[in-house]
Design a protein around this ligand. Structure first.
Ligand code: C5P
Length: 209
């Protein structure tokens, strides 16, 4: 059986992470949320009080990232995501992290990877590529619900502005900008719940494999 490699890209809060986890469960594949690798670099810089534009320090931090030690609970904080999108513009940081991501993708079983550049840069030969989007308003509403469930205070306009700024940074950077791969299947989840998106993704995958 050929290894099943599923590449999932999309903007912040598009639902790609949840979808990636569900698909990994369903197809019994290991899953890597590549955003966590950029978050781990950002978090180390924040922790040490190093400026986010200190490239040598960011490169040093990227070398220290261990995929097995990525802690979702610690890395999910909002300020870490914001900082991650700033260090993610540094080409050498990307190169170091992409090498680690490719090693994960090369497992004999196949894998599910989600991020911004999986279908375009990390795994351009993946047989399955999904590009998951939703309108900024829908994404802000989802993020708000998530934050309220966790720690309370925030408001829709601030979150929407954050999402728009993050989209801008991720789509406009020179190295590996967020964009759908030429042969990616687009999945707009603006009007879908998780279950519907999951079924739509399975239908796409089962038609390919
Ligand atoms: O997906 P998540 O919000 O955790 O990603 C945090 C940031 O890391 C993104 O805004 C993006 O700038 C960067 N990232 C990236 N390439 C990836 C995954 C994440 O540049 N493959």
């Amino acid at each position: 059986k050929a290894p099943l490699l599923i590449a999932i890209d999309g903007p912040a809060a598009s639902g790609k992470g949840t979808l990636a986890r569900r698909l990994a469960d369903y197809y019994h594949l290991p899953h890597l949320d590549t955003g966590l690798t950029y978050r781990a670099v950002a978090r180390l810089l924040l922790e040490k009080g190093w400026p986010l534009d200190d490239e040598p320090k960011a490169i040093e931090a990227a070398h220290l990232v261990e995929l097995a030690a990525l802690d979702h609970a610690v890395l999910s904080a909002h300020d870490v995501g914001e900082a991650a999108s700033r260090i993610a513009v540094i080409p050498q940081v990307r190169r170091i992290l992409v090498d680690k991501q490719r090693a994960f993708a090369g497992q004999p079983s196949g894998a599910v990877l989600d991020g911004r550049d999986i279908g375009t840069v990390v795994c351009p030969d993946a047989p399955v590529k999904l590009y998951v989007t939703a309108s900024p308003q829908v994404r802000a509403r989802r993020r708000l619900a998530e934050i309220k469930a966790r720690d309370g205070a925030s408001d829709f306009d601030t979150i929407l502005a954050d999402i728009v700024r993050r989209d801008e940074r991720d789509t406009q950077r020179a190295d590996s900008p967020l964009r759908p791969a030429d042969n990616a299947h687009l999945l707009d989840t603006s009007e879908m719940d998780i279950e519907t998106a999951f079924i739509a993704a399975r239908n796409i995958i089962d038609a390919i494999m």
